[in-house]
Ligand binder design. Structure first.
Ligand code: GLA
Length: 647
């Protein structure tokens, strides 16, 4: 397989089946004018391609691919399995998904299939085989786009076929029902099982469900979707081994553990729909791009979908002001994307997404949105030679773990936590300083990082904890926050003060977990406000520096922030959620102590600075002009301006 992408891609989802063929020639001309390199074709075409089971209509797709090829537009061909046709549910009503409350979801929307349905899988794989045989060597086709946004609407199904698959999955995981009983702690509330056949999905129940049952259901549901993806990939690899495969991820999407998925694509791709009305959206956006880059160890990735302007699925669908779309696009490039694609090429005239923006709007090409698309296409073509294929160096790692996410957001926990929002609170100070961050799984090799932050990393195994301990002993700088290291991977508590072996590295134990009902004040060397949480912390000895204490609340007088020189490194603990100004101060200190470079001399909101390859990107996400304190000389950026220069 040759390296792909081999240049910066630009384009989007192209759904020609929504239009008469008379429009297709104009499409190709307008694509050429805009500099479109790549069209994603066929994402929702199953019903058109296979109007009856086993009867295919490929003529129109032949025509579309030939026209695109003649026009110099490459095709990312979708496997079209994202939305089965009406006949599948009639053939096997059991293939349609069921909610936790037992409601079977009907046809008439999209993604109407249960991930564990054998009927769906059989028909989907037959279609993939037909497509691979027919188009695998078509000169327009450069890669496969498998399915679409797995789990977006139906992350799991509680039907009986899924229940059976869950039992099989549990049997493979635990071997014996005794081991399942141990892991799930079923001695509690008389939940002991005598056989795997007694175990069900966590369907609607009288009150709190077993936590480990819920965690295993989340693991199983992610695995069930991944199994579908892998089954398609297996067909494609057999029939078209030279074509790369990808499937579009959804950034911080709770229901698919992308660490497990990433090895099963050749290139990571992502869909991102920030709210133009939210001035802080750029933080989550930056972090999700960093996650996408990190999933395959820094390999360039693709922004597969974004909206050129408004979406149609928020209560209020704000358009992007002129210039903002360029900032979003170049942010993705700065953070490692080798392609900027969109949903969708031409705005629909009918159907559920007719009010979603597109590169060619309802009003036609003589519009601001199409003009911006043409400008962006030209700019990306220029940038291609400068940055395509290059890497984004990062020396800060923030741990990101789907199992911690699933566990910390369960019911019956000490407090309600939004895991991603919490991770972003700890990511943002580095963004505000222009210090690049990789997101990493707790089991990753951390030795290349100068600074590692573990925000609310609720679930950590003995091996994870030992690795983090060794990281500090070997000279690393580690920051651990409240709610980290509370449970092992069976969701059993780390007894004796939580944190397992990290108690030694941090030089403390936690004697009480406590949600904070009122705002908190930090005293000592780090005054400021905090909220949400306060552990009751007992330090182990005089070598632990108490950097800040709680002035009030349940843990008043106790340590809030501690620093422990340990081995050749330093381990910090933060027992609360400090306000942004305090985090900025701490982040500055952590970076300096760890010797990690920041591109800005002071924290700035709404602005980012990133180095990729030998280019420096400075982006202003705000509608105001800003002074950016770059190391080596401040620069002034106009509203939504992006500066790209040699680093
Ligand atoms: C997702 C889907 C697209 C489209 C967009 C709308 O990303 O993959 O088909 O529905 O949302 O924002």
């Amino acid at each position: 397989m040759t390296q792909w992408p081999d240049r910066m891609l630009f384009g989007g989802d192209y759904n020609p089946e929504q239009w008469p063929s008379s429009v297709w020639d104009e499409d190709v001309q307008l694509m050429q004018r805009a500099g479109v390199t790549t069209a994603t074709v066929g994402v929702f075409s199953w019903g058109r391609l296979e109007p009856e089971p086993g009867h295919y209509d490929f003529g129109w797709l032949d025509d579309v691919l030939d026209r695109l090829h003649a026009g110099g537009v490459q095709v990312l061909l979708a496997t079209a399995t994202a939305s089965p046709p009406a006949w599948l549910g009639r053939l096997d009503p059991g293939s349609q998904p069921v909610t936790a409350d037992g409601v079977r979801l009907g046809f008439g929307s999209r993604q109407s299939y249960s991930p564990s349905s054998a009927t769906y899988r059989t028909h989907a794989l037959r279609l993939v085989t037909e497509l691979a045989l027919r188009y695998g060597r078509h000169p327009a086709v450069v890669a496969w786009h498998v399915n679409n946004e797995y789990g977006c609407h139906v992350p799991s199904s509680y039907d009986e076929e899924s229940a059976q698959a869950f039992r099989t999955w549990l049997t493979a995981r635990y071997g014996t029902v005794a081991e399942l009983n141990r892991a799930w702690g079923t001695a509690f509330w008389s939940q002991t099982y005598q056989g795997f056949d007694q175990v069900d999905p966590p369907r609607a129940a009288p009150t709190f469900l077993n936590p480990t049952q819920q965690l295993d259901w989340a693991r199983f549901s992610s695995d069930a979707l991944l199994a579908l993806h892998r089954a398609e990939v297996q067909v494609l690899r057999e029939l078209t081994p030279e074509l790369p495969v990808t499937t579009n991820f959804m950034g911080f999407f709770k229901h698919a553990d992308y660490w497990a998925w990433a090895p099963h694509v050749d290139v990571v791709s992502d869909d991102a729909y920030p709210d133009p009305a939210d001035p802080d959206a750029y933080v989550r956006l930056a972090a999700s791009r960093d996650l996408m880059r990190s999933l395959r160890g820094g390999q360039p990735w693709l922004l597969m979908e974004q909206a050129p302007s408004a979406v149609n699925w928020r209560p209020l669908n704000a358009p992007k002001p002129a210039g903002l779309h360029r900032v979003h696009s170049l942010q993705a490039v700065a953070r490692g994307a080798d392609g900027v694609l969109h949903f969708q090429w031409r705005q629909s005239a009918a159907g559920a997404e007719k009010f979603h923006s597109a590169l060619v709007p309802h009003a036609g090409p003589d519009t601001r949105v199409y003009a911006e698309a043409c400008a962006l296409g030209g700019e990306l073509a220029q940038l291609s030679g400068q940055v395509a294929g290059t890497r984004v160096p990062a020396r800060v790692a923030v741990l990101f773990d789907w199992e911690s996410w699933w566990a910390v957001e369960q019911e019956a926990t000490p407090t309600t936590v939004d895991y991603v929002a919490t991770v972003l609170d700890w990511y943002a100070p580095f963004l505000r300083r222009g210090a690049s961050v990789d997101l990493v799984h707790p089991s990753s090799d951390l030795s290349g990082y100068g600074l590692v932050v573990a925000p609310a990393t609720h679930v950590l195994s003995q091996e994870d904890l030992t690795r983090l301990d060794a990281y500090v002993r070997d000279g690393g700088h580690l920051v651990v926050t409240y709610l980290s290291g509370i449970l092992d991977r069976d969701l059993h508590v780390w007894l004796g003060g939580y944190l397992g072996p990290l108690r030694a590295s941090l030089g403390l134990r936690i004697t009480e977990l406590a949600a904070a009902a009122t705002p908190l004040t930090l005293a000592g060397g780090l005054p400021g406000a905090a909220s949400t949480w306060q552990d009751v912390v007992e330090v182990a000895g005089p070598d632990v520096e108490v950097v800040a204490t709680f002035a009030d609340g349940h843990a008043a007088g106790g340590p809030a922030v501690t620093r422990h020189p340990y081995g050749a490194g330093v381990a910090w603990y933060v027992a609360t959620a400090p306000e942004a100004a305090v985090l900025d101060e701490l982040a500055g200190r952590w970076l300096a102590e760890a010797g990690v470079e920041a591109l800005l001399t002071a924290p700035v909101a709404g602005v980012e600075a990133v180095r990729r390859g030998d280019r420096l990107f400075v982006l202003n996400h705000t509608g105001a002009s800003v002074q950016v304190p770059l190391v080596g000389g401040a620069v002034q950026l106009a509203p939504y301006e992006v500066l790209v220069r040699e680093a």
